[in-house]
Design a protein around this ligand. Structure first.
Ligand code: GLU
Length: 278
């Protein structure tokens, strides 16, 4: 039966060649992980409208604590700043951007939550903050989360603060905007009574318009910011965690915090411990 053994040989040859040919076309930007180092450029999701954290400046440059963290991590992965492609990651789109391979990772005030962990993995945490309230400077009737009943509040679609208001403050009239700068505009013109999100974000907006706004009520949640990445890419996750540990240990983390959030009046905290898994 020479034809059968020929067929077997043919099948073996196929089994050997298929994986080879697959790996031959797997390189480049279309596939593969940023951890493997075979990509020309790295795509990173950040916020474009959050001063002190992730901001696209009028001259086309990017600045903020998240931008500095993302840049440090990219450098540790072998990508110099000119090899970074910045993409806007609004709150509601973050999981989609990762799922659809439009970004390699996201550094965008992105809280680690059990719900999000069903779709993405998180490195970090690299910053701990909490939900707070921003009101007009002359406001006297909102002093804390306990004075929100019946008030019109603005937050952002797909964010944890919006979810918390829906879950725990049923009498609040919540308006969900696509991003926080739109909320701050609505606060300026009096369309909403307060904006709610993380304290560091609100501090950035308050510093941008001196005398216009104030933060009230302290914090009433714990938000652990993680770097979001493709679910199951353990190699990239470990490399990002190593980069974060290095950034925290060598003082670059504190320097970046001071530079970006110091002017907004946020004291530089001790950096959080990087978890092996989140
Ligand atoms: N940290 C919160 C979150 O991830 C609020 C900030 C944001 O929407 O980016 O949902």
């Amino acid at each position: 039966m020479p034809s059968i053994s020929k067929r077997i040989l043919g099948a073996i040859a196929l089994a050997v060649t298929i994986p080879l040919s697959l790996s031959a076309c797997g390189g480049g930007d279309s596939g593969g992980s940023a951890a493997s180092g075979d990509k020309e450029k790295i795509a990173i999701g950040i916020k474009f409208d959050q001063p002190g954290l992730g901001l696209k400046n009028p001259d086309g440059t990017y600045s903020g604590f998240d931008v500095d963290v993302a840049t440090f991590v990219a450098e540790q992965l072998g990508f110099t700043p000119d090899k970074i492609e910045w993409k806007e990651a609004v709150s509601a789109q973050r999981e989609n951007l990762i799922d659809n391979n439009q970004v390699d990772y996201i550094v965008a005030t992105y809280s680690i939550t059990d719900e999000r962990k069903k779709r993405v993995d998180f490195a970090g945490p690299y910053l701990v903050t909490g939900q707070s309230l921003l009101v007009q400077a002359n406001n006297t009737d909102i002093t804390s989360k306990d004075s929100l009943a019946g008030k019109i509040l603005c937050s952002v679609k797909g964010s944890t603060p919006a979810q918390k208001i829906k879950d725990e403050f049923p009498t609040v009239q919540l308006q969900e905007y696509p991003n926080y700068s739109a909320c701050v505009e609505a606060l300026k013109t009096g369309k909403v009574a307060a904006v709610t999100t993380d304290e560091v974000i609100l501090a950035g907006y308050a510093a941008q318009s001196p005398g216009a706004f104030k933060l009230v009520g302290g914090t009433f949640s714990e938000e652990n910011y993680g770097i979001g990445l493709k679910k199951g890419d353990t190699e990239l996750l470990n490399k990002i965690n190593d980069a974060l540990k290095k950034m925290e240990a060598d003082g670059a983390w504190a320097a970046a915090f001071e530079k970006n959030l110091g002017p907004a009046g946020v004291a530089t905290p001790a950096p959080p411990a990087i978890a092996a898994t989140n």
